[in-house]
Design a protein. Structure first.
Length: 318
């Protein structure tokens, strides 16, 4: 049996479309900001996080920051989710009896712009907690500032394992960093191998290929997944690290087909949707599934001209 995960097929081969609905959109805010805004709040940090940016307890709005690029769909989804969550919280009385004020800065998917935006939020606006940052290179550019200013940072997009590694190696310096959801690209790799192994047990898959974009998070995942595949019941037959700006996937697919895998696992943020559409239109012989961040956005169907009808998604709770 042939299975597609995330993309619909146009050929007549037997396929199974797996439809899961992610019904919950959340923001890790309540416990975090509660820890930043003390009950005795005199405005000097005694009720805050100890460095003077606790916003006191005088009834002024609680300031939070979000770092997201409006022109990059997966990152823009972070901003939309934050706006929706803050609106809902304020409609229900705010937090600790105070309204929440959202401060957005556009990262433009660029490390230096992200660093400047983070510094503006934390240093100039005195925001005690920020979240967002979709790209791992951008996240890594602000961690030293976070540690220096002891301001909470909730990473809700980037998946590089280097950020969590910094916490593990120097907890006191980097303890202000949190990653709601899957911790890093290493765990993404484990999930993808679990998915492929499930296919081996249920659909008779015997071999796997891996295609990853050359970005910080996906390169780390690419390195982590290879020994996991080799230790699984599947034969690893092809591993490719590709650019983030590929427009024509034909030669990449040709190389994959020469190795005849049952499943090709993707690790991609920038181009996974285009990859899936071309795979579908070319009616390739292998299955395709994996990380496709574009499919998480509400405009994915329109952006892909209806070629992708179903996307399987997952939720994590912590």
């Amino acid at each position: 049996m042939r299975v597609t995960w995330g993309m619909s097929m146009t050929n007549d081969k037997q396929r199974v479309n797996r439809r899961n609905v992610l019904a919950t959109t959340g923001i890790a805010l309540t416990g975090t900001v509660a820890g930043c805004t003390g009950g005795n709040g005199n405005g000097n940090g005694n009720g805050g996080n100890g460095n003077g940016n606790g916003n006191g307890g005088n009834g002024d709005p609680i300031q939070v920051g979000v770092l997201a690029a409006e022109d990059f769909a997966p990152s823009a989804a972070i901003l939309r989710g934050a706006e929706h969550a803050v609106e809902q919280l304020n409609q229900n009385g705010g937090l600790l009896g105070r309204e929440i004020e959202l401060n957005h800065r556009d990262t433009q998917v660029d490390p230096q712009t992200t660093r400047n935006a983070y510094q503006e939020l934390v240093v100039e606006l005195d925001v005690p907690v920020t979240f967002g940052i979709m790209i791992s290179e951008a996240l890594l550019s602000v961690l030293d500032l976070m540690a220096q200013h002891q301001s909470l940072l909730l990473n809700t997009g980037s998946a590089t394992p280097n950020s969590s590694r910094k916490v593990a190696e120097n907890y006191e310096q980097y303890k202000y960093y949190f990653r709601p959801g899957i911790l890093s690209a290493n765990q993404y790799s484990e999930v993808m191998v679990y998915f492929a192994t499930y296919g081996q047990e249920n659909w008779g898959w015997e071999s796997a290929a891996v295609v990853a974009e050359d970005a910080a998070w996906s390169t780390a995942a690419f390195e982590a997944i290879q020994p996991l595949v080799e230790d699984s019941p599947l034969d690893g037959v092809n591993y490719q690290l590709i650019g983030t700006d590929v427009e024509d996937f034909t030669p990449i697919f040709d190389e994959i087909e020469e190795n005849d895998p049952d499943i090709t696992v993707t690790l991609a943020s920038y181009n996974a949707a285009r990859m899936g559409v071309q795979w579908s239109r070319q009616e390739r012989s292998f299955n395709l599934g994996g990380i496709a961040n574009e499919l998480e956005t509400t405009g994915a169907y329109e952006n892909l001209d209806g070629d992708c009808r179903y996307a399987g998604v997952y939720a994590t709770t912590h």
